[in-house]
Design a protein around this ligand. Sequence first.
Ligand SMILES: [Zn+2]
Length: 393
Amino acid sequence: METIRLFDRDAYATEFRARVTEICPIEETPGDYAIVLDETLFFPEEGGQSPDTGRIAEGDVLDVQIKNGVITHRVHFDGAAPTVGDTVQGTIDWAHRYSNMQNHSGEHIFSGIVHRLFGFDNVGFHLSDHTVTMDYSGVLTEEDIHKVERLANEAIYQNIEIRCEYPDEATLAALDYRSKKELSGAVRIVTIPGVDVCACCAPHVHRTGEIGMLKVIGSQKYKGGVRLQILCGYRALEGYGETLRQLTAISQQLSAAVEQIPDYIDRMKEENRRLSAALRAMHVQKMTQEMEAIPPEQKHVFLFADAIDSNLMRQTVNELVKNHGGYCGVFVCTAVDNFAYIIGSKELNCREVGTALREHFDAKGGGKPEMIQGSVSGADAEKLLDFLQERYR
Ligand SMILES: [Zn+2]
């Protein structure tokens, strides 16, 4: 038998008493039971909305599902569970429910306005415990989104009554309303006069003013349309608080007022570019000096450097290969006892050096006979240089 949906009659009730009609333990998690009651205030996971939480008898309600009109509560009991025929007390977590009601009602307003102004449908809806995600069947520009957000908040401040009704067949047939899926049986219509008419089974707030505010916090292109995220009510307040905390932390780190952060970051990026260029020029100069200090008759050359980029490594190896016949390698320290290397030669097979490094150290890498690159770790510069100079005289 279908469960009587008490939340349909009164979205604001938090406590109820009901009779247990079915209960069975869930084997894989001891203490968890699937419970069916003759009636319930617990709204199940339905239409993309997270289920209510709360308590039934002495247990925590972990999940609520609906199938063929029968609502099943998953409840965890530390002590004894009730039995069939028992009358139990149920209490829903009001803060969680009310937050869902605020956000869900906000979605109706936003989607109603999008439908009226642009003709797009809400083709995806997910109300998690954190945000509301809505997918629309067409593209909304940033300007469009701003306009809808503004109108949605105007509708909120007008504090319009939200009506939930089951119209008779004839009335329903004549009614123009939004619907997310094909409906059968009695259809519950949620009307926000002048804003939206939509078929929906979830609990909503009585008046739009209770939504408090609606803020779009994200948008992205999605399946030929757009996916938006919004926050309403307490969640919008908490979201604003969180954003402000983060901004304040950044502002303190930078010693810059919040409104000066974008300029400050531009200046930091510019300064970073300038310093990187200056540092590279110094590195180029240093590598040039080191190369000039090498006797031209020296066959194998291995240079060790700190923090030069891979382009300069390669340039240096190419320059060395022009002037020296043997193996020419540049090793750059990347962490303690860790080096990136490039080794080149115009006459010899560099893979031989790669093999030797792998045999004697923790080394990786490869390449062509004329040039290899990779990394080596587990030895300091002195030990590596000793090894290479001993092997390649
Ligand atoms: Zn709804």
